[in-house]
Design a protein around this ligand. Sequence first.
Ligand code: 3PG
Length: 392
Amino acid sequence: KKSVKDIDVKGKRVFCRVDFNVPMQKGEITDETRIKAAVPTIQYLTEQGAKVILASHLGRPKGQVVEELRLNPVANRLSEILAKNVKKTDEAYGDSVKAEIEKMEEGDVLLLENVRFYPGEEKNDPELAKSFAELADVYVNDAFGAAHRAHASTEGIAKHLPAVAGLLMQKELDVLGKALLDPDRPFTAIVGGAKVKDKIGVIENLLDKVDNLIIGGGLAYTFIKSQGHEIGKSLLEEDKIELAASFIEKAKEKKVNFYMPEDVVIADDFSEDANTRHVDITDIPSDWEALDIGPKTREKYAEVIKGSRLVIWNGPMGVFELNVFANGTKAVAQALADSANTFSVIGGGDSAAAAEKFGLADKMSHISTGGGASLEFMEGKELPGVVALNDK
Ligand code: 3PG
């Protein structure tokens, strides 16, 4: 895919879709990773003398104006980061916005209002896409995190303008693409999280590519159950037991080393002050619940990680939000941080939040800014926001 570096943007109005969908609490941004991740593209464009028109969604306002979901706090923070005034409009298209753009000089940055205030955004309404396109001469998509959505500002607009990738988009596609197409080996995938249901596509796709598949988190207990063990009150997806067993079979056929927990942390309650014990997976009492991987498993997983040249990690190993059940996830993050020869790719969302919580985020080789988008990419799906880029 062509990037913003392959085209001439001087003096041009550039509609740059970014993913500023950042977590907020009471009007305060609680994690600005995504804002910082878009800065290289914005800075490049301003240095080249473009007029930079930024667009993003925030939250899920469902086509209505929701006051708390205006992008004003983001504009303020971005102004500080860029050390340059970023003007913010109260609309995302139309005459008032056009008038603001008229006033822009080369190197100026403008942030449009939350594009999801308009029902046409998520419907990918061609009229709205056209209205966005009328604002600019060039379209740049740097919103990797929203690239799995075929919306007016991520997909529809690209039909009307020369459309290329931003630098963050390009980096995400390069790293994740190389991992799936031409991985350094041994290649290990760590798949965790609550539900098998959410990870079926990823496990299926990765089974064809990896040397080692490690599982953990809530979804592991359906796998453990599928091997005939009793799991007490641990999470179980009854309708996925057969599928779990078939994945284990497939791993054998494909000569993929399959690792599931050998021991677990069990608790008599889902809370920070529950009574907890370590047991083997064959010994989970019927009225206890497993909420993390145990010490033997942590050691084993760390060993596999250290012997790998590439690891993709998606999903925590336990309920890491509660400190008593965080050690498994922490051990995985620590092993990735400690292995200098392992290229570590963290699929966004919860694993990224975990790495952050343990203060290990800057030790990872690549943390994706996409949760859903990186998941769909790892499932082998095409991302509509990427497909739409016409490279003109
Ligand atoms: C994300 O946070 O994963 C992206 O910004 C997409 O948000 P969405 O799931 O509301 O489409």
